[in-house]
Design a protein around this ligand. Structure first.
Ligand SMILES: NC(=O)c1ccc[n+]([C@@H]2O[C@H](COP(=O)([O-])OP(=O)(O)OC[C@H]3O[C@@H](n4cnc5c(N)ncnc54)[C@H](O)[C@@H]3O)[C@@H](O)[C@H]2O)c1
Ligand SMILES: O=C(O)C[C@H](O)C(=O)O
Length: 316
């Protein structure tokens, strides 16, 4: 389970409750892949939610959280691969929301028609050494196509964009909606809740508090220096030293990179902090230039072979 989805879920639930009280009477049906019938019987009142990119690392736990959410009555899971299995799995959960799966571009319109909320984690994630902006070339096109579908099939839906680079995918969505005259800034949100979750956790660590009691506003965007924690406004109020402010700002701004840059190899030489019990912290690789990124890929390939050789020697 990944943090971002729980953050996104809470945020969506709050936004949904605020903007659009759950008064809709939905009539659902048992799950049926590729079928779409908002008039079928059996559903409870609530929001109709579509997750686009539902079979991915973010999409799957997000789908699970939506299925648990009592405000959701109909849940549409759309992806270009693997939706049947994910839909079957999620539909077995013992909550009321009716789950339907949609596979491939030809089912996008069915997935979107009648939706109140559309959440988009579709697209590629970054690999070690990449910035979020390096995803632009692939994800921009994906988000544009999906938003064109939204403009056509559910123009009043609240749209939550998770796909990176969020700083650019939100403006892409806005432009698509403006072109057809459906843009409503109140209904388009980039999901940056992860930055808030991270800020609360890291500040709580420094202050020695329970993170659930800490509230750090984080504004701006969702990449590097555009992630701006307002540490002077932390609740409960506190005074942080300049060193703590530098450390916290840097850690919050690079939290995503910290996660992405844990190499997937089981053995990889890195800078570490040693303590009595051994390694206490593995430092991230930090931003790499293009030459170093290419070098990292080569190093990983050769290392993977050497690791496998050692493992096989003992296991054979
Ligand atoms: N905003 C945030 O806080 C945040 C947090 C985590 C990840 N992300 C971003 O979310 C995106 C997804 O990350 P992930 O880890 O789930 O990646 P992933 O590769 O595990 O999953 C992405 C899913 O999108 C699907 N997909 C690709 N093209 C599609 C299309 N045209 N239509 C529908 N679905 C399509 C893929 O089939 C896959 O199932 C990435 O861009 C990542 O950077 C953002
Ligand atoms: O950092 C990433 O690439 C994913 C996400 O935006 C995050 O902040 O974890």
């Amino acid at each position: 389970m990944q943090q971002p989805t729980s953050g996104a879920n809470q945020r969506i639930a709050r936004i949904a409750a605020h903007l659009h009280p759950p008064t809709l009477q939905i009539e659902g049906e048992s799950s049926g892949l590729g079928r779409m019938d908002c008039r079928a019987k059996g559903g409870s009142p609530g929001f109709k939610v579509a997750v686009l990119g539902a079979a991915g690392g973010i999409g799957q736990p997000l789908a699970m959280l939506m299925k648990i959410n009592p405000l959701v009555s109909v849940l549409h899971l759309y992806d270009v691969v693997n939706t049947p299995g994910v839909t079957a799995d999620i539909s077995h959960m013992d909550t009321n929301a009716v789950v339907r799966g949609f596979l491939g571009q030809q089912q996008l319109e069915d997935a979107l028609t009648g939706m109140d909320i559309v959440i988009i984690p579709a697209g590629v994630p970054r690999k070690p050494g990449m910035t979020r902006d390096d995803l632009f070339n692939i994800n921009a096109g994906i988000v544009k196509t999906l938003c064109e579908g939204i403009a056509k099939c559910c123009p009043k839906a609240i749209v939550n964009l998770i796909s990176n680079p969020v700083n650019s995918t939100v403006p892409i969505a806005a432009e698509v909606f403006k072109k057809v005259g459906t843009y409503d800034p109140k209904r388009l949100l980039g999901v940056t809740m992860l930055d808030v979750v991270r800020a609360n956790t890291f500040v709580a660590e420094v202050l020695g508090l329970d993170p659930r009691e800490v509230d750090v506003p984080v504004v701006g965007g969702h990449a590097g220096v555009t992630i701006l924690p307002l540490l002077s406004q932390v609740k409960p109020s506190c005074s942080l030293t300049p060193t703590e402010i530098d450390y916290l700002t840097d850690r919050i701004q690079n939290g995503g990179t910290e996660v992405v840059e844990v190499t997937e190899l089981p053995f990889f030489a890195s800078k570490v902090r040693l303590g009595r019990a051994g390694i206490e912290e593995i430092y991230s690789l930090g931003p790499l230039n293009e030459y170093e990124r290419a070098g990292l890929e080569k190093a990983k390939k050769e290392l993977a072979g050497s690791i496998q050789k050692g493992v096989s020697f003992v296991r054979k």
